[in-house]
Design a binder for this molecule. Structure first.
Ligand code: LLP
Length: 423
């Protein structure tokens, strides 16, 4: 396709039978575009990490909960989590039966717990008080407990979810109290789980934390270990966001070999015959999604060149919230203007805040009014974190099917959607 910067998506034939210019024209911008083949490939990468019986992948739908994508994930044999009544609703809509949904949330009201229990889900609680609340509602039932292994990881302090500085999980030194509550309410400990944080690019910390969880499982009384059905090590698997710099991928072959050795060895030693799960969100969904937007204005303020787009932080909040990097492609009919050298530019959105920056001081081909931009790796924590801030409507979502055809999987919101909830 003639364009200014698109070698990454060209090499993948990301847009199938379409061009991004055509998609932007047909569906408008901002527009989330997903690629079915890439989503399936990522699911398969993870399903193949271990051949151990009982090994499985629990997709964390908080990364992207569009039911059309969830159906594909289901076809690939993954199970899913839910952390709210809304996620649970979408999981069910995508055809997941209750036994393939784990309710892994925190600080639930009794009503939320009741909803999950009534729908026959296995619930993971992450504090002693939630364990007691669960027991009051479902004495004699099965429950999972989320532990905090004391090892955290992540790309930003806001996404590290284990260690002393976070609200998550029960620390292993409280195991006696966990068992006292399990006894008091005649509950069966059906599973233990953890999640150390989001986005690791080397496997060491994850595997260390997995070993800590197995160590804890090994300390369970014999009869409790016999009844344990699930050990869930959590997610956090990173993806390389610096696509045009050739950033290395997480070495899944190495991670898989070491994880497999760990779980196979531990099962042989303990006789555990239950399931082992990993719980990735980003790894499954990030790379199959691109956010398209359009340049509406360019200007120089002092010596800075600003490229003004419709990609405000209402559409993709990660750069504003975590200083996250997303690579940007540039599409233009007729292609690159060869005499212009790349220059430093800052891509901003249309929200009334100076923090509304998508890409800061990037050395990129000169962008012009009318260009379409593609923000790479936007499939995870993109649409799901989008908002109506400044009363902008949520974008549409389109899926490029395996045959290369585009299918609308969520329509763009309208002004009627904005006013729907006012009495
Ligand atoms: N399991 C639990 C209990 C979690 O809280 C999370 C993510 C996951 C699994 C999946 O983690 P992943 O594999 O996607 O790293 N909004 C942030 C990420 C927040 C992650 C929250 N929990 C971002 O855009 O980077």
């Amino acid at each position: 396709m003639p364009s200014v910067r698109s070698s990454y998506t060209d090499s993948l034939r990301f847009y199938g039978r379409h061009t991004p210019l055509e998609l932007a024209e047909t569906w408008g911008t901002p527009l989330y575009v997903y690629n079915e083949d890439i989503l399936r490939e990522r699911c398969r990468d993870l399903m193949q990490l271990s051949s151990h019986t009982g090994y499985g992948v629990n997709y964390s739908v908080k990364a992207n909960a569009n039911p059309a994508l969830l159906k594909i994930v289901r076809e690939e044999g993954l199970v899913v989590d839910a952390m709210s009544p809304g996620e649970l609703h979408l999981d069910a809509m995508a055809g997941f039966p209750p036994e393939k949904i784990l309710y892994i949330s925190n600080n639930n009201s009794a009503e939320e717990l009741r909803n999950a229990i009534d729908r026959a889900l296995l619930v993971s609680v992450d504090s002693l008080s939630q364990l007691a609340a669960f027991g009051r509602l479902n004495a004699g039932g099965r429950v999972m407990v989320r532990f905090n292994p004391g090892i955290g990881a992540g790309h930003h302090a806001k996404v590290i979810t284990a260690g002393k500085e976070t609200k998550f999980g029960v620390t292993p030194d409280r195991l006696d109290e966990v068992f006292a509550l399990l006894d008091a309410y005649r509950l069966t400990l059906a599973g233990i789980n953890q999640h150390i944080g989001s986005l690791f690019m080397t496997p060491g910390g994850y595997l260390d934390a997995a070993a800590v969880l197995l160590d804890l499982a090994g300390r369970l009384p014999d009869d409790a270990l016999k009844k344990l059905e699930i050990i869930d090590f959590g997610g956090g698997f990173g993806i390389p966001y610096h696509k045009y710099d050739g950033e290395a991928r997480l070495d899944l072959a190495d991670l898989g070999a070491r994880l497999h050795a760990l779980i196979a060895g531990w099962s042989a030693k303990t006789g555990y015959a239950g399931r082992f799960l990993i719980e990735p969100g980003r790894y499954v969904a990030a790379e199959c999604g691109i956010l398209l937007g359009r340049v509406h204005a360019v200007k120089n303020n002092g010596d800075k060149r600003y490229v003004g787009t419709d990609l405000g932080f209402n559409t993709l909040v990660r750069p504003a919230m975590y200083d996250s990097f997303h690579d940007v492609e540039i599409y233009r009919a007729g292609g690159v203007n060869a005499e212009q050298k790349p220059m430093r530019q800052t891509v901003v959105g249309n929200i009334c805040e100076s923090g509304d920056i998508l890409a800061k001081d990037r050395l990129l081909p000169v962008m012009r009014e009318g260009d379409v931009l593609g923000v790479l790796d936007a499939g995870a924590y993109g649409f799901v974190m989008a908002s109506n801030y400044n009363q902008r409507c949520l974008p549409a979502e389109v899926l490029i099917r395996a045959d290369g055809a585009a299918q609308l999987i969520r329509r763009r919101e309208t002004l009627d959607d904005l006013t729907r909830c006012f009495p």
